[in-house]
Write a protein that binds this ligand. Structure first.
Ligand SMILES: [Zn+2]
Length: 195
């Protein structure tokens, strides 16, 4: 699947929107990519999962780990394609990413970390930290979209199906905020926002 084909899938379902958004990283951007609208279609999710898995086929991973919630569906599909377990981390009461629900790694287990979108890569970095804490070995990280324009620095090899260079800003540096605009939090408002 070429990058343009991946982009086409996202555009077809209206998953790329323009406006004024606060991303989950806390940064502001005029563009929001709502992967959930793509992954809502099981056929797209399965195909994208297979494509992403294909980038990591020779690493001998026995487990995929994703940050909740955004990473769960795509992580599950990548795991399906690789024929391995699909686990996820979620925030505990103190706000730390943690492995719960009886999920665990075998000592030294080779783990692939999968997320939907990278802006700063913060969630993936936290998830890699959990792998290390829990005795696994994070061997690589993957995402559907890297919107950092390839500027991410993760401490494991990383690949995304689609690289985009979409600017995002700290709220203090956001031109739309300075013009008096209020950023929407797409997690709750995206479905009601106009494209
Ligand atoms: Zn703003």
């Amino acid at each position: 699947m070429k990058s343009e084909e991946v982009l086409k899938v996202f555009e077809q379902v209206g998953a790329i929107r323009q406006g004024h958004f606060e991303l989950s990283s806390g940064r502001h951007s005029a563009t929001y990519i709502q992967c959930a609208l793509v992954l809502a279609h099981p056929s797209h999710a399965e195909q994208l999962g297979r494509e992403l898995a294909g980038l990591f086929g020779n690493l001998g991973v026995t487990c995929v780990l994703s940050p909740a919630l955004g990473g769960i569906v795509i992580g599950y599909e990548v795991a399906r394609a690789l024929g391995v377990r699909a686990l996820f981390v979620e925030r505990d009461r103190s706000g730390q990413m943690a492995l719960r629900r009886g999920f665990e790694f075998k000592p030294g287990e080779r783990v692939l970390v999968v997320e939907d979108v990278w802006t700063t890569g913060g969630s993936t970095r936290e998830t890699i930290g959990v792998v290390e804490q829990e005795g696994g070995l994070a061997v690589a990280a993957g995402a559907l979209i890297d919107r950092s324009g390839g500027r991410l620095e993760l401490n494991v090899p990383s690949r995304a199906l689609l690289e985009m260079d979409v600017p995002s800003y700290e709220p203090d540096d956001c031109a739309q905020c300075r013009a008096g605009g209020i950023a929407a939090r797409p997690g709750s408002r995206f479905s009601r926002a106009h494209p």
